[in-house]
Structure formats: C-alpha cells, structure tokens
Design a protein around this ligand. Structure first.
Ligand code: FPP
Length: 242
C-alpha cells in the first residue's frame, strides 16, 4: 500500500475497464485465452486489494454484450474462467461476507450460460457488516441497454397509472439501474492505451474522473491502482459548479 490519500479524498467507487489480455498474450507468443488466464489472476489481486484499502464499490468490466462476437474458443475459455472463479467465490462467500466483502453481478445475467447463471444467483449475498466492499462484475453488460431496461420499468409504471411521466426524475432512472443504491463511480480506470468508455457505466459516469495508462491488464499492479487513486485525490472535482 503506497501513500494513499486520507479517507475523505479516496474514491468511494472505482470502475475498471480491464483491457489488453489479448495483446499481452500475443506479444509473448501465447494464445489469447492464456492472456485471459493471466487477466483473471490480476482481477483477483486487484479486487482483494480494493477490499484491503477500504474501497466501498469497485466495478470490473468483465464481459460486454458485444464480446459474444469473439471466436467461440475464446468465449468458451472466458466462460470457463468465470465458472472457476464463481465456484471458488461460492466456497468462501460466508467468510468473505463476515470480512465485509461481497460480490454483485451487473448485466443481463439471464443471457449467460445456465450453469453460470445458477452460480451467480448462489454467490451474491447481502452485506451484514459495516464498511463492506462491493465487488461488481459487469457480465453481459452494456451501458445503453442498462438505461433502456430502467426506462422500460418506468414506462410500465406510467402505463399502470402509478407514475406521472411529467414527474420522472434522474433519480428514477438511477433507481432502475443495476447499480441502484450504490454511489456513482468517482474514478474510472482504463488501461492498454485505449481512451474510450466502451458502453461502460454510461449513465453513472457523467461526472467520473477518468484515468488512463498504457499498461496491459495482465501487467496491472496494486502500485498502478495506487497511482490512479493518488492522482484522483489531487484533482479538484466541481460537478459543473465552481
Ligand atoms: C480484455 O482484454 C478482456 C476481456 C474482455 C475478457 C474477460 C476478462 C477476464 C478474463 C478477466 C476477469 C476474470 C474474472 C474471473 C472475472 P482483450 O481481450 O479485449 O484484450 P485486447 O484488447 O488486447 O484484445
């Protein structure tokens, strides 16, 4: 743990767009799937570290609604990694819950293979202690689709006469998102030299600070995360005001 800022300057919610597994593997003459194996190890390290340093929410972009278009072998290898992780997480879920560490999945979970879907349902527990870290895994996730499903819920309420359309607020849209009740991401990190949000937390990122690095995800370390947090703390956030 480096020289992290005091608690009041720490981000409450960090979003991480994991990127570069494929390039990391190709540059070493390995298969892309081996890059994902390395990426999954780093995911474990960084999620555990976020708990250790007291981050309230960390959201990892693990698989987008677009990622199904990848070659079948690669998709199968990624799903295998998710399954391995879920089996492991399921075994230690109560222990973690007591330590203040819970998992949540954001995305269209009905659209993932049945076996994974079942494990996801089993693994998500509610928080039972104060200062819990929520580790969100965005899986089969798309930011625009998330907004659409929130709007559909509101449309149903309007249709049934429970909601006056003139009274719809931003909070109503937020309340229908997968992140309902969580703080919005203060800091979003993307690596591998890409400078896009790629449909990640599209609604929630309106005021997020963005931090980019050329490091590829399998090479990303807790020191890199510290650097991002330290720079975040130095920035003066105004939310459009003075
Ligand atoms: C990004 O690299 C990686 C993904 C889209 C795949 C999924 C992520 C992991 C396997 C790590 C998380 C694992 C768990 C268990 C939650 P890329 O393939 O887009 O890299 P490239 O841009 O170099 O092609």
């Amino acid at each position: 743990m480096g020289n992290l800022p005091p608690k009041e300057l720490m981000p409450r919610h960090i979003g991480i767009i994991m990127d570069g597994n494929g390039r990391w593997a190709e540059s070493r003459g390995l298969s892309r799937s081996e890059g994902h194996v390395a990426g999954a190890k780093v995911f474990r390290t960084i999620s555990d570290y976020c708990h250790e340093i007291g981050i309230e929410v960390v959201t990892f972009y693990a698989f987008s609604t677009e990622n199904w278009k990848r070659p079948i072998d690669e998709v199968t290898a990624i799903m295998k990694l998710f399954k391995e992780y879920l089996v492991e997480a399921d075994e230690i879920k109560y222990e973690r819950q007591k330590q203040g560490y819970i998992l949540r999945f954001l995305g269209d979970i009905k659209g993932v293979p049945k076996e994974l879907h079942h494990l996801i349902d089993k693994t998500q527990l509610d928080s039972t202690v104060e200062n819990t870290t929520i580790v969100n895994i965005a899986l089969n996730y798309g930011g625009r689709a998330e907004i659409v499903q929130s709007v559909k819920k509101l449309a149903e309420q309007v249709k049934s006469g429970k909601l006056n359309p003139k009274k719809i607020t931003e909070d109503d849209i937020s309340a229908g998102l997968y992140t309902a009740g969580m703080p919005e991401p203060d800091l979003i990190i993307r690596m591998s030299g890409e400078y896009r949000l790629s449909n990640f937390l599209t609604w929630q990122s309106a005021y997020s600070e963005l931090w980019f690095t050329d490091v590829l995800w399998p090479d990303f370390t807790t020191d890199d995360l510290d650097r991002a947090i330290i720079e975040y703390a130095k920035r003066h956030r105004r939310f459009g005001g003075r």
